[in-house]
Design a protein around this ligand. Structure first.
Ligand code: CUA
Length: 158
């Protein structure tokens, strides 16, 4: 079968692009641990502040030594706006929105999730370095979106 030179070039170029896409998916999935959220839990948005299954808001330590952080997102802040967690221990974040869609992105890490009213976004992250981490909202949520931020203070082990 005779395939024209230019057609052959384009065929190989298209095949190359597909290979690049597949490899980049593998690198982000396994190398950077980028995964779709798998936790499904619903909550009444009007009860986020008081629902005992969601809270207590802020950081709390479980009996096994792991840490849980419950945070509420609302226009245009996180509640609480600052939490303190220990370094080197798994921290399970539980976040939900009181009003509209927000984002929860811990700058400098791959911890990043959408926060939707009616759902609990949950993920676990272990901080390897102490310091102050900025939390930004990365979903446009209104006029004050660019001011919506929080802070996570990762404390060195005593
Ligand atoms: Cu909240 Cu943007």
């Amino acid at each position: 079968m005779n395939v024209d030179l230019y057609e052959r070039i384009w065929l190989w170029a298209a095949a190359g692009i597909i290979v690049v896409f597949l490899v980049s998916m593998g690198v982000t999935t396994f190398g950077y641990a980028v995964r779709p959220p798998s936790h499904v839990e619903m909550i009444d948005p009007t009860q986020v502040m008081t629902d005992p299954s969601f809270g207590p808001l802020g950081a709390s330590t479980r009996p096994d030594g792991s840490v849980r952080v419950a945070m509420a997102a609302l226009m245009f802040t996180f509640v609480p706006a600052e939490v303190h967690v220990p370094v080197g221990r798994p921290v399970t974040f539980r976040i939900s929105s009181l009003d509209v869609s927000h984002g929860f992105d811990i700058a400098g890490t791959n911890a990043n999730t959408m926060v939707l009213p009616g759902y609990v976004s949950q993920f676990t992250y272990t901080f390897q370095r102490p310091g102050e981490y900025l939390v930004v909202c990365n979903e446009y949520c209104g006029l004050g979106h660019h001011t919506m931020q929080g802070k996570i203070v990762v404390e060195a082990a005593p």
